[in-house]
Design a binder for this molecule. Structure first.
Ligand code: NAP
Length: 327
């Protein structure tokens, strides 16, 4: 099925970045089309609405003094976009031809569509260790999380022993953040040295609350409704042990959802994040294609920063369309 109309702006992705871009594009009279995506289990769980759909309480999004559940927050942002002239479709983009304008997008329902401008806001997925009880307790707010800044300040973690898995900058950052609340932060790493930058390592290793657990992997997460302990294995000695903790923060990296893009057509970095060559702007290496949110941000990865990037991308797209007399 070939749609012959050319969309002014298509937004790929339906997290905080995508729907915020839609609010701004719709209010600028661009009648944006949001391609929301379809739920996926593999290679990682992804839902339309993004990572907030897998989060319980969000306490740090401005405008919600009493906090808000992640899925509710996403629905609120979506409803705000739909209130203006935003359309949406529950499809994935499987392929993009960005070599000629208008751009051509091939969708998961076998149809194609054309767009003058595209905003890529497909997000990223946190990597999980892959233990059955890890995912169960992460989905039910049972004390397993992939974001300390999002969840670390919750009352359940106060003055409790917590654990972080990973040895990169994210793990150091998460551990440092958690020391504000925890009685101790065990940093479980599969090797005997961290990968993180020297300065971040030093900060952690010099903090009496931080306790590295070297050469160790998590075998299982123990606890019925709330995490109670971790089953660990020392990979050198093969010894197993139990570590009581009230929270587990997995910080072993993220995967940007950009596999539908061809790196010969649009510049991606070595980890697959969309690169934005002009500092503080949302333009990508392809004129008319803009990026927003976690698919282009390996550093902040917050709902509010993604939303702000969506706003920037919509404003940049509107100006670009205006410069090309597309109204
Ligand atoms: P990363 O640098 O890829 O580190 C991932 C860590 O997780 C590594 O230590 C790795 O172990 C470990 N790991 C990976 N898979 C694992 C598994 N299945 N089980 C157990 N451990 C596993 O990822 P990141 O820390 O998220 O950082 C990503 C990028 O963002 C980096 O370039 C980083 O510098 C940047 N970043 C910067 C800042 C900052 O500057 N403030 C903050 C956060 C992130 P190995 O070491 O053994 O491979």
């Amino acid at each position: 099925m070939q749609d012959t109309t050319i969309e002014k702006v298509v937004i790929i992705g339906s997290g905080p970045a995508g729907w915020t871009a839609a609010i701004y594009a719709a209010r600028a009279n661009l009648q944006p089309l949001v391609l929301e995506g379809v739920p996926k289990q593999e290679p990682a769980l992804m839902l339309p609405g993004g990572q907030l759909m897998l989060t319980t309480e969000v306490e740090n999004f401005p405008g919600y003094p009493k906090g808000v559940m992640g899925p509710q927050l996403m629905d609120d942002i979506k409803q705000q976009a739909l209130r203006f002239n935003t359309r949406s479709r529950g499809v994935d983009v499987v392929r993009c031809d960005l070599t000629a304008r208008p751009f051509t997008l091939t969708l998961s329902d076998q149809s194609t569509l054309q767009a003058h401008a595209v905003i890529i806001a497909t997000g990223a997925t946190a990597k999980w260790i892959g233990l059955p009880n890890e995912m169960r307790l992460a989905r039910t707010g049972g004390g397993v999380s992939a974001c300390a800044v999002c969840d670390g300040a919750l009352p359940v973690f106060r003055n409790q022993p917590l654990a972080v898995v990973g040895g990169g900058d994210s793990a150091m950052e998460e551990a440092a953040y958690l020391t504000k609340f925890a009685s101790a932060v065990h940093i479980i790493h599969r090797r005997d040295e961290f990968r993180a930058s020297r300065i971040m390592q030093q900060r952690i290793l010099g903090n009496p609350k931080c306790k590295p657990v070297w050469n160790s992997v998590v075998l299982d997460v123990l606890g019925e409704n709330q995490i109670e302990a971790l089953r660990l294995k020392n990979v050198k000695t093969h010894e197993e042990s139990t570590l009581p903790v009230k929270g587990l923060f997995v910080a072993i990296g993220h995967t940007p959802a950009t596999s539908f893009l061809d790196s010969k057509q649009i510049q991606l970095d070595e980890k697959g994040y969309v690169t934005m060559p002009v500092p503080h702007r949302s333009m990508t290496s392809v004129e008319g294609v803009f990026a927003a949110g976690d698919c282009a941000d390996a550093v902040y990865r917050q709902a509010i920063t993604a939303a702000a990037m969506g706003c920037r991308a919509a404003i940049d797209a509107e100006r670009w369309l205006g410069e090309h007399d597309i109204h």
